[in-house]
Design a protein around this ligand. Sequence first.
Ligand SMILES: [Zn+2]
Length: 232
Amino acid sequence: MLSKLFGNYYTETDFVEKTYAELSKFGFSADNAIVCVGVCRDEITQPLIALIREKWGEAFNLSSLAGMFFARRTGLTAAMHHSPNIDGKERYVFYSLPHIAIDADGRIGVYKRVGREEESTACGALVAFQKELSEGKLNLSMDDIDIEQNLLKIRLLREIPYGYVPDLLELTKITQKVVQKDMEYTLNTIVDKRKSDYAMLTGIQLNGPKDNYIAPSLCYAVVDGIRQEITI
Ligand SMILES: [Zn+2]
C-alpha cells in the first residue's frame, strides 16, 4: 500500500545510510559538512533526527510545524556559518521532510500515541488546515497566538487552486513540494556556489504503527556549482 501511495520507500536507517553513502561519492562527510534537518515539531518525527545525528554529527534544526521552512535566510545563514571549512570549502547537507501517519488498517493520518487512549493524527498541523479548508472556514488572522500555523496556511494556499480542497495525502505532497521550493529559492539566493557545495535530500516521512519510513522525493548535490542527481 505504501508503494502505491508513495513509490519507493525505505526504513529511516536505510535512508540515512544510503544518502550518506551517495553523498560521500561527492566528497561530503561527517567531518567536512554541517547537516541541517527540517521536519515537523511532532515528537514522532524525531527518530529520524537521532539517526541523522548519529551519522553526520549534531544537526542544525530548521524544523517548523509540518516541516515548513520558515527559518529562511537568517536560519540558513546561521547554519552555513557553522559549517566546517577545513579544506577551504564549506559543505551543507539539508534533510527536509514533512510527515504523514498511516495506521495498521491503512488509514491515512491516523496515529496511536503511546499512553493516549484515543486515536491521534499526524501531521496535526496539516489535519487542522485541511479541516478548515473542507469546512470552508479558513481563519487567516495573523494573531500572535498561532503565528506559525497562520504562516503555514498562508504559504500553502498559494499552491492550492482557489476553492479546491485537497485530502490529507495530497496536502502532504503539496507541502513537500512547497518546502523544497522555498529551500531551493533561499539557497539559490544566498549560497556562493564557488565556495560551497550542498545537498538537498527531500521526501515524506511515513509514521507507521511500529516504525517510520521515508519515501524520498528530489535528492541531489550541488558540487563545484554543478547539480548532480542522487538516486536513492
Ligand atoms: Zn506534524
